[in-house]
Structures are given as structure tokens and as C-alpha cells.
Design a protein around this ligand. Structure first.
Ligand SMILES: Nc1ncnc2c1ncn2[C@@H]1O[C@H](COP(=O)(O)OP(=O)(O)OP(=O)(O)O)[C@@H](O)[C@H]1O
Ligand SMILES: [Mg+2]
Length: 318
């Protein structure tokens, strides 16, 4: 196994148009409705499998049509799902995305199923030396955040794996305590600048890096949207712009795609800079199409020639 992705699996239901006024009527007719798979663990797993990596997904969904559909999507995407649990008690975590006529979005999220994911669900015997264990949605993992995450990463390190961590918005606004213990066992940390500011209460990437320097993290990569990313091994630091020629259609899943490309670089022994370049290239494919994984899967799934091409390009540029 090259990589195990652990975290959120979500069914996104995108409904358009929905405006505030529509709630006053009995029935509102929609022009478009889409079901899309989402959640960082599933997104990253699908992206990395499309890039040709050997990927396993650990998470939870309900034993309902949405959950079975997420499972089927993962399997069709060549993701291994033996560690993915269909929960009998809770409905699949679902995000209802209500889009108004101007493209504005409101979300209604049900996350109780994902909140059940705990260390007890994770069979660490499948973590093999040299593999990567990636958790992409710390802060939103009700039963895993905090001590559970630290325990999981310690076990992964003990078994010779590289640990990789990304975070998401903390609706409880607790931030640092949810990851602090785990940071001591984190090799690669890839927050966005926005999230890193909440975690550290610092402003600039340099100050944020200084804050994290005492935790034993090997590499810190701060994702900065259209400004690219900041990367440091705590000896040297650099800011890399986004991949040239990026066209923005929909930035949903940009962060997951960046991480996917980065870990693909890690697996292929690229330098820190090379991994970040590859991350930017894969993110660029993601933002060029609607949907969190549509762009990356469309470009790379079943097309090893395309994968070889960007890998070669990143090796030349690193
Ligand atoms: N508007 C944009 N223009 C160009 N590149 C972008 C843009 N948004 C994102 N990217 C690319 O995607 C990468 C990751 O995006 P971002 O920094 O937004 O991560 P994130 O905050 O984790 O995203 P997410 O909202 O998906 O969690 C960036 O480093 C950049 O390469
Ligand atoms: Mg993110």
C-alpha cells in the first residue's frame, strides 16, 4: 500500500437555484441537481488512485443508498475499501449545497456518521514500512481529533510509515488542542494559511513556521490559494506560485488535489520543492473543472502516460 487516507467521506447534493424566498413556498422547482462524492479522505484517495498509486480508504458512511454509492465510487476509482465501514446507526454524512442564481452557496451539513470514526476502527496492521498515512480533515473528526489522532500517528510512525496531516475549518474554534499532541508524530503538515493563522495566532508564513518549528515536523507546506504555497524544512523556506496557466473554474477540492500531488511526489522520492510543484500541477487540474475530483480523474485515471508526463516535468523543475 502506498498510502492510506483516513477521514471524511461525504455525499454532496448540489441544488440550484435555491433562494431565501423559496422557503416561503410549498414547493420550489430546481433547474439542476447533482450528487457528488466528497470529503477530503475520499477526494484524496480518488485523486491518488487516478495518479496510479496503491490507495486504501478508511472512513465511515451509512448503510444507505448514499453510503453504498460512495463505496461504489471509491471501488470504481480503484481505491481499496476493506477498511471502510458502513454504519448501521447513522445516515451517510451529507452536505446539501444550495446554490442561488448568482452562484452564492449555503451549506446544510449532517456529519454524525463521520463523527463516529475512531482509532478502534483502524486496523494499523495494514500500515507497512515505507507507506504514507494521511489524515486530511483534522478539526472535523469528532472522535479522532486530539488524543486519538496522536495515538494513530504514533502507531503509524512505529510501523515505519510517513505521517501526513491537513486540517479543515474548526466549527468549535478550538484549533491547536485538536492536533497539538499529533504534531509530535507528524512528518508532513499541510494546512492552508487561513487555518494556520487560527491554529497559531500568528500572521505571516515565517512566523507560523517559527511556531511549528519545535514539534519535530520534517516539512511544513502552507497552502495559499491563488498565491501558491510556502514550503520549509525549517532550514530553508520558499514561496512557490501556482502552476503556470491555471484556469479557475471551481476551486472545490483544490487543497485535497494539492496534497494528492504532493504525496505522489513523496512516493516517487522527489525533493520537497518537487513535491510542491507536483502538488500545484495536480491542483491546477482540479480547479479547471467543476467538482472536487472531476478534473484530476478526467486527466489521469487510466492514463499512465499523462501521469508519467507531469512526474517527469516536476522532476525536471525541482
Ligand atoms: N484561485 C486559484 N488560482 C490558482 N491556483 C489556485 C487557486 N486556488 C487554489 N489554487 C492551487 O491549489 C492549491 C491549494 O489550494 P488552497 O491553498 O486553496 O488549499 P486549501 O485552502 O486547503 O483548499 P480547500 O478549500 O480545498 O481546503 C494552491 O496552493 C494553488 O496551487
Ligand atoms: Mg483545505
Amino acid at each position: 500500500m502506498d498510502v492510506t487516507c483516513i477521514g471524511l467521506a461525504v455525499m454532496d447534493i448540489i441544488a440550484c437555484p435555491v433562494s431565501k424566498e423559496d422557503f416561503e413556498d410549498d414547493t420550489n422547482y430546481l433547474d439542476t441537481l447533482q450528487y457528488q462524492s466528497g470529503g477530503d479522505a475520499l477526494n484524496a484517495a480518488l485523486n491518488m488512485a487516478a495518479l496510479g498509486m496503491d490507495v486504501s480508504l478508511i472512513g465511515r458512511a451509512g448503510n444507505d443508498p448514499a453510503g453504498r454509492s460512495l463505496l461504489e465510487t471509491a471501488r470504481q476509482g480503484r481505491v481499496k475499501t476493506s477498511g471502510f465501514i458502513l454504519d448501521k446507526e447513522y445516515a451517510t454524512s451529507t452536505s446539501i449545497v444550495m446554490v442561488d442564481k448568482k452562484g452564492g452557496r449555503r451549506f446544510a451539513y449532517y456529519g454524525k456518521c463521520n463523527d463516529q470514526l475512531s482509532v478502534a476502527d483502524i486496523d494499523v496492521s495494514q500500515f507497512k514500512t515505507g507507506g504514507i498515512v494521511h489524515v486530511g480533515s483534522a478539526m472535523a473528526l469528532g472522535s479522532l481529533d486530539g488524543r486519538g489522532l496522536a495515538e494513530l500517528f504514533k502507531k503509524a510512525k512505529d510501523r515505519g510509515c510517513t505521517t501526513s496531516l491537513d486540517v479543515t475549518w474548526d466549527r468549535e474554534r478550538r484549533w491547536l488542542p485538536k492536533i497539538e499532541a499529533a504534531l509530535n508524530y507528524t512528518d508532513l503538515f499541510l494546512p492552508s494559511l487561513y487555518e494556520a493563522r487560527f491554529i497559531t495566532k500568528k500572521e505571516t508564513p515565517g512566523e507560523i513556521a517559527e511556531f511549528f518549528s519545535g514539534y519535530g515536523i520534517s516539512n511544513l507546506v502552507i497552502k495559499m490559494g491563488n498565491r501558491g504555497c510556502y514550503l520549509t524544512d525549517f532550514k530553508e523556506a520558499e514561496i512557490l506560485p501556482p502552476a503556470p496557466g491555471s484556469v479557475v473554474v471551481d476551486t472545490t477540492g483544490a487543497g485535497d488535489a494539492f496534497v494528492s500531488g504532493f504525496l505522489f511526489g513523496t512516493k516517487n522520492n522527489l525533493t520537497l520543492r518537487g513535491c510542491a510543484i507536483l502538488g500545484g500541477m495536480v491542483a491546477s487540474e482540479a480547479i479547471g473543472a467543476f467538482g472536487a475530483t472531476t478534473g484530476v480523474r478526467g486527466k489521469f485515471f487510466g492514463r499512465p502516460g499523462e501521469t508519467k508526463k507531469i512526474l517527469q516535468k516536476a522532476i525536471e523543475m525541482q
